[in-house]
Write a protein that binds this ligand. Structure first.
Ligand code: GUN
Length: 304
């Protein structure tokens, strides 16, 4: 029986983290200290765990981290005031507002308030638009992490048929844009697609991002396909609580050529890419601030 190669997200994430750590230490040697601010609203236990992991990882790579906590009943205006203060704080390079926000706060309004240059999640419409136009912008961390895993696993992605299952703003849509940028032929399968299994069976690359435990079994997969499982679902099984992906691992590993496990696949990549985005944002802001006086001078010369 075929058994797929395991794509070790933990190991690749460790490589990314080591690269970022080296580059951060080079910046620090020049007196530049990249900083990431994480804003957490309310008491959602999963969000608390995610934020703690992000802060710990930042410290590990030498990125200064700031945590802002607001109560679940805070107003949108209070949250927006925190975001605005971080936007204007020149010592902060990256801002991440942990989602989901409490239902009474308009998520989109908050995401749009973040300075696009500090938007390390890549969720601001300026960055979303830039991604779809192929401009070099801050890119959502999970899809960027999937691309790194795919490039390391497949090498050249040109001409491959990639099927993305799911069309969320956080994963499905930016994933499709990144695959298109890598010259894949891209199909997005979603809850209204007709015969999604047959579409998926045509894929050389499958990205599962639906949020349904073990929905994708071997009947969805062409033999030899590469499968990236973005899902992280907690289920109760045999009296135990466990994490499973959107892919039925045992079934799919028998037909795929390579597959990510859950946990230990895409999950560690998301935080690693957040560190990389914070470094990129810090560098870009440094370049912009160095260029700003020159531009002001040039404008003055041409207009004065
Ligand atoms: N909640 C779940 N995933 C994410 C993410 O990638 N970014 C933010 N800000 N919140 C999340």
């Amino acid at each position: 029986m075929n058994t797929a190669q395991l794509i070790d997200g933990k190991a690749v994430a460790a490589q990314v983290v080591a690269e970022v750590r080296d580059e951060v230490s080079a910046l620090r040697a020049q007196g530049i200290e990249p900083a990431l601010a994480v804003v957490l609203v309310g008491d959602d236990p999963a969000s608390h765990v995610y934020v703690r992991n992000k802060v710990l990882r930042a410290e590990e790579v030498g990125i200064r981290s700031l945590e802002h906590r607001l109560p679940a009943d805070c107003s949108a205006e209070q949250l927006l005031a925190v975001v605005e203060a971080l936007n204007t704080d020149a010592t902060v390079n990256g801002i991440l507002v942990q989602l989901p926000l409490p239902a009474h706060i308009d998520e989109n309004r908050v995401l749009q308030a973040i300075d696009p240059a500090k938007d390390v999640d890549g969720f601001h419409s300026e960055n979303v638009g830039g991604l779809s136009q192929g401009r070099p912008v801050l890119t959502p961390c999970t899809p960027a992490g999937c691309m790194r895993l795919l490039k390391q696993t497949c090498g050249d992605l040109r001409g491959k048929h990639a099927v993305v299952i799911g069309r969320s703003n956080i994963v499905g849509k930016p994933m499709a844009a990144l695959l298109l940028q890598a010259d894949c032929t891209v199909t997005v399968v979603h809850s209204r697609s007709l015969n999604p299994q047959a579409l998926c069976r045509q894929a050389d690359i499958v990205i599962a991002a639906v949020g349904r435990p073990r929905m994708i079994d071997a009947s969805w997969i062409k033999p030899g396909a590469v499968v990236i499982d973005v899902g992280i679902n907690r289920i109760e099984e045999d009296g135990k609580s466990r994490l499973v992906g959107d892919v039925d691992f045992a079934s799919v590993a028998a037909v795929a050529s390579a597959i990510t496990p859950v946990p230990g696949g895409v999950g560690p990549m998301t935080i690693a890419l957040l560190m990389q985005n914070t470094l990129t944002a810090a560098r870009q802001q440094r370049l912009n601030s160095a260029a700003a006086p020159a531009i002001a001078e040039a404008t003055c010369l041409s207009t004065c």
